[in-house]
Design a protein around this ligand. Structure first.
Ligand SMILES: Cc1cc2nc3c(=O)[nH]c(=O)nc-3n(C[C@H](O)[C@H](O)[C@H](O)COP(=O)(O)OP(=O)(O)OC[C@H]3O[C@@H](n4cnc5c(N)ncnc54)[C@H](O)[C@@H]3O)c2cc1C
Length: 462
């Protein structure tokens, strides 16, 4: 049996290039726009800036290599779902803003598909929609409530509640009680997208420096970035696009909380196994568990099973080693086999994790402050594949001064509330992680929710 490579990211193994590093910055430089982070946020911002104004000089500074972060290791869901639940958006910003956000997000999925075709990025973009299955009575109640919330806003044209039998006709998952099928939404190869986007930025004249960690951000006129190899002066804007990793910068430590998510990948399945499972439509598949289960069928015939990750570490620490611990993946592998018993003997080839960013109030922030020269796009809480494209276009429009690129949406806001200081942060986040696992376990036993379920849901930002 093939051994599992813990810490190895399937997508990066299969990204179509050898991840050779671009040269680091050596010496000082001056550009119009300097971007921290070579993930989707930074690269979409660079891409749209250069499309809006090819005369701008734009440079990206990446600590490791483009796609090292969440962008190169996620579930590959290019989702029409915004990071914030529709009801929460209505509560905070009103029905019109919520409707506009969801419609724009849906249109962004299509725009990503158009751009990968235009730029000839082989990102395995398949507009197969999404299938959210309920595997407990309470999950089914939540799916119905979610559908009703879309319906109230006139957004249910895209989504149908379907019976267990109809769901099984698409994908044969055990214990399904019903499902929501959403027509919009695509599955893609995130590492091929992020690497291809980097090359598209370079074709349009952008510069990318890898192995170039930013060690300090200096607001001002002009704003500056410090790296070990040289100082960067940005005439127009410094863009902070480091998502979870922004927590590593002195002034941003409490602005975002790194939360891990973890994925296992099977070996490619044979035709008979696919025959047993179905899944001909490449839908993005999920359950409605609090600990989040998200699944993807890859072009080479694997199943990826992702789930909420490892326990939060004190002080927002993000060591790579914390996500290579084999025992962390045992429950995910067990869950995969409970969903698809036909996979009991199939090898798991890869098991990896990554860090996503959670803002204290759960709301993404896309912002440019000309006075300080600082701009940012972050806070996607695990739903960033499509949202980063929307954020990057909006931010590029703000910086380049092209209002038509900037939709009037709640995401256009300065960074919100900060996280609590330690040890309160650690105590609170660990408590919520533990409570969500207990709520899921009770739902599966068909037992009453834990006594503190309401408290945990109230405390959680999402
Ligand atoms: C396991 C996992 C599964 C996910 N699944 C999905 C999914 O299926 N669908 C979905 O919509 N979203 C998903 N997400 C979330 C999504 O991947 C992210 O929201 C999105 O990729 C964020 O992109 P980003 O560019 O903002 O951040 P990142 O991709 O994290 O990029 C930030 C970059 O900044 C660099 N950096 C950090 N510090 C510095 C520094 N000091 N100097 C220079 N560079 C620096 C990092 O190396 C990194 O490359 C998932 C996330 C994870 C971790």
């Amino acid at each position: 049996m093939t051994g599992t490579r813990y810490g190895a990211v399937y997508w990066l193994d299969d990204c179509g290039d050898d991840l050779a590093r671009r040269p680091a910055l050596t010496g000082d430089t001056t550009v119009d726009v300097a971007i921290l982070g070579g993930g989707f946020s930074g690269l979409w911002t660079a891409y749209y800036l250069l499309r809006a104004n090819p005369d701008l000089s734009v440079a990206v500074f990446e600590k490791h290599f483009c796609g090292y972060g969440a962008s190169g290791r996620n579930g590959g869901w290019c989702s029409p779902r915004y990071p914030v639940l529709v009801d929460e958006l209505v509560k905070h910003f009103g029905a019109d803003a919520a409707r506009a956000t969801f419609r724009t997000q849906r249109a962004t999925v299509e725009e990503v598909g158009r751009i990968v075709a235009e730029e000839q990025i082989d990102a395995h973009f398949v507009p197969g929609g999404m299938l959210g299955v309920a595997r407990t009575e309470r999950q089914w109640a939540r799916l119905k409530a979610a559908h009703a919330a879309y319906d109230r806003l006139g957004l249910a044209d895209d989504a149908d509640l379907i019976s267990a039998d109809e769901a099984r006709e698409r994908i044969r998952v055990t214990a399904v009680l019903g499902a929501m099928h959403t027509r919009s939404g695509a599955s893609l190869h995130p590492a091929r997208l992020v690497r291809g986007l980097a090359r598209a930025v370079e074709r349009r004249g952008g510069r990318i420096y890898e192995d170039s960690a930013v060690t300090r951000v200096r607001p001002g006129q002009p704003a500056m970035l410090e790296t070990a190899g040289g100082m960067v002066t940005a005439r127009r804007a410094v863009v902070l696009a480091g998502e979870a990793y922004l927590a590593g910068l002195p002034d941003w430590r409490r602005q975002i909380l790194p939360m891990s998510s973890m994925i296992v990948a099977t070996a490619p399945l044979d035709a008979a196994t696919w025959q047993a499972i179905g899944w001909q439509g490449y839908e993005s598949l999920s359950s409605d568990a609090y600990t989040k289960d998200y699944l993807t069928r890859t072009r080479d015939g694997r199943i990826l099973f992702g789930s909420r990750g490892a326990p939060y570490l004190f002080g927002s620490a993000m060591p790579e080693s914390a996500l290579a611990e084999p025992t962390l993946y045992d429950p995910i592998i067990a869950n995969l086999r409970a969903w698809f018993p036909v996979l009991n003997e199939v090898p798991i080839t890869h098991a990896w994790g990554g860090y996503l960013g959670v803002p204290r109030d759960g709301m993404p922030s896309v912002h440019f402050d000309p006075a300080s020269g600082l701009a940012n796009a972050f806070g996607y809480t695990g739903r960033g594949v499509a949202t980063t494209a929307l954020a990057g276009r909006a931010l590029a429009g703000l910086i380049a001064g092209v209002p038509a690129m900037v939709p009037d949406l709640p995401m256009l806001r300065a960074p919100g509330a900060r996280w609590e200081i330690e040890p309160m942060r650690w105590i609170g986040v660990r408590y919520i992680q533990n409570a969500f696992a207990r709520i899921d376990a009770a739902e599966f036993r068909n037992a009453s929710p834990p006594i503190d379920a309401k408290l945990a849901k109230t405390l959680a930002p999402i």
